[in-house]
Design a binder for this molecule. Structure first.
Ligand code: SF4
Ligand code: SF4
Length: 74
């Protein structure tokens, strides 16, 4: 059985520090071209299928803006 991961990112509070982006070994994340309510370019997902659920993005975010969920695929 394989697994699929879902990331929930609180993009309205993201300050675009890029810590999650540079620490993702699978290059799942990137900075958006758009700006959030705080005036920062925020993080968005490039390709969630590459995510291994390693948790580095979650651990690196100073503001705990990323949550990771796991789904079993049958
Ligand atoms: S859980 Fe790991 S692979 Fe998935 S986006 Fe975060 S750092 Fe990248
Ligand atoms: S580490 Fe957190 S604040 Fe920094 S870019 Fe990623 S989601 Fe935004």
């Amino acid at each position: 059985m394989s697994k699929k991961y879902i990331l929930k990112i609180d993009s309205e509070h993201c300050k675009g520090c890029e810590l999650c982006i540079v620490n993702c070994p699978k290059r799942v994340l990137k900075l958006s071209e758009n700006i959030n309510k705080l005036g920062y370019r925020y993080v968005e997902i490039v390709d969630i299928s590459r995510c291994t659920g390693c948790g580095r993005c979650y651990l690196m975010c100073p503001d705990y803006l990323i949550e990771i969920y796991e789904e079993e695929l049958k």
